[in-house]
Design a protein around this ligand. Structure first.
Ligand code: ZN
Length: 248
């Protein structure tokens, strides 16, 4: 019984991942995410329903468009698989209830924001605010979640002022501040701070690489914040204990 539930959750995650691919590709281009149906960006041929099956469609096509042979990025099946894995992990944490839907929706949205941030170094407010608003309802203590979001957003703004003053240019994007709010609502103040710390630590090496290799000083930050958030959310008990061991 439980295995069937798990399989259902994974398949559900794959399908949402397929939808996320559409969101990631179309939303920044201001295109509708509902219609028209997906088509090959190179030749415009409609993608057949069985080629649209998550992961399997890409494997059947061997990563190429059926009519023109243009390459289809391996990113599509990877995002589908990632979303399936996220669904399973959230299911293990929450069980199958309303909080599964909300938390899974928040982390799926964070994944989409991460990919868009990678591509454009900016994210649409619509999607960012959606994640924040959903995060208010990730547990029964909505007022507390809301308060924690405000504290994190305020704190992040403060850091932004300091850092921008020191480096004499605009540090971080406004998008990062909204993501900080989502982190506060999801994790509470203490764990959100740990998640920001982990996210920043994860960003150090890619940031140096990006600077040397691409001579680019602007690393998208949301993917790292999102990853830090997911890690801390999964192991929240462990990080609570760590905090209380250090600060009592
Ligand atoms: Zn094509």
């Amino acid at each position: 019984m439980e295995n069937i539930e798990l399989l259902f959750v994974f398949l559900f995650g794959l399908c949402i991942g397929s939808f996320l691919n559409v969101v990631i590709y179309r939303l920044p281009k201001q295109k509708s995410i509902i219609s028209p149906p997906s088509s090959c960006p190179a030749c415009g041929t409609r993608i057949k329903p069985w080629h649209n099956i998550p992961i399997i469609g890409w494997l059947i096509l061997k990563g190429r468009c059926a009519s023109c042979g243009a390459k289809i990025s391996v990113r599509y099946p990877i995002i589908e698989l990632l979303t399936g894995i996220i669904a399973v992990i959230v299911y293990y944490k929450t069980g199958l209830n309303i909080f599964f839907i909300i938390n899974f929706a928040v982390f799926s949205t964070l994944l989409a924001l991460s990919m868009i941030d990678f591509d454009y170094k900016a994210v649409p407010d619509s999607l960012n605010l959606l994640a924040l608003t959903l995060a208010f309802f990730n547990s029964t203590d909505i007022l507390n979640n809301f308060t924690n979001a405000l504290i994190l957003m305020g704190g992040m703004s403060l850091i932004r002022y300091y850092v921008s003053y020191i480096i004499k240019r605009e540090a971080m994007g406004e998008g990062d501040i909204i993501v900080a709010g989502t982190m506060g609502a999801l994790l509470g103040v203490k764990l959100a701070l740990i998640a920001i710390f982990i996210g920043s630590a994860l960003a150090i090496l890619p940031s140096i690489y990006n600077r040397i290799k691409n001579n680019d000083f602007e690393l998208p930050f949301i993917p790292f914040l999102a990853l830090g958030t997911f890690i801390v959310w999964i192991f929240n008990g462990y990080f609570e204990l760590l905090w209380s061991n250090i600060y009592g």
